[in-house]
Write a protein that binds this ligand. Structure first.
Ligand code: GAR
Length: 193
């Protein structure tokens, strides 16, 4: 059983999907700790409700990754899942955890991704461009924002009258909450061998 850390910044619906998938889709790992860079993130409440340890790291700049490394070591973490984590990790950090950090992004990469494309903004960009299909991507995290190799993608149709909020919800329900647990299990299996 591998130890998973889930890094969050906000509401944590993807964290909830991971919690609900434990013992079902996710069989080769368990969520050991949830780490937030925001003390008021609702994701922390979801973790506590599920009896999972939480850590908050509010340090800025280089001190953030130093504190993060300490927490990961303290909890014996093997795999890191970024689930609505709104901070970019440095190349020196990501290279130490090569192929052990994954992220969920709410578009079909390479569309609508990279620095500045996060959360609701991604769906605003998709609607503004006028694409008819969008979706979600789970990928490995390296030094390039949203640039690591792709593990899983799922397409979602855009419908007449969509607002960014409506589209965000559909992409979560039809894609993110499914592929994030599936990809987490795949990566845990890969490192279990
Ligand atoms: C999700 O849509 C996630 O894909 C996105 O933020 C939302 C977080 O929601 N992440 C990014 O944009 C990262 N670049 P959640 O807190 O309810 O899981």
């Amino acid at each position: 059983m591998l130890n998973i850390a889930v890094l969050v910044s906000g509401g944590g619906t993807n964290l909830q999907a991971l919690i609900d998938a434990q013992g079902k889709t996710i069989k080769s790992g368990r969520i050991k700790v949830v780490i937030s860079n925001k003390s008021d993130a609702y994701a922390l409440v979801r973790a506590k409700n599920a009896g999972i340890d939480t850590e908050v790291i509010e340090e800025k700049g280089e001190s953030f990754e130093k504190a993060l490394t300490e927490k990961l070591e303290k909890h014996g973490v093997d795999i890191i899942v970024l689930a609505g984590f709104m901070k970019i990790l440095s190349g020196s950090f990501t290279s130490r955890y090569a192929n052990r950090i994954i992220n969920v992004h709410p578009s079909l990469i390479p569309s609508f991704c990279g620095k500045g494309a996060y959360g609701l903004k991604v769906h605003e960009m998709a609607l503004e461009y006028g694409v008819k299909v969008t979706g979600a991507t789970v990928h490995f995290v390296n030094e390039i924002p949203d640039g690591g190799s792709i593990i899983m993608q799922k397409a979602v149709e855009i419908e007449e009258g969509d607002t960014p909020e409506i589209l965000q919800r559909r992409v979560m329900e039809q894609a993110e909450w499914k592929i994030l647990p599936e990809a987490t299990e795949l990566v845990c299996q890969k490192w279990s061998k």
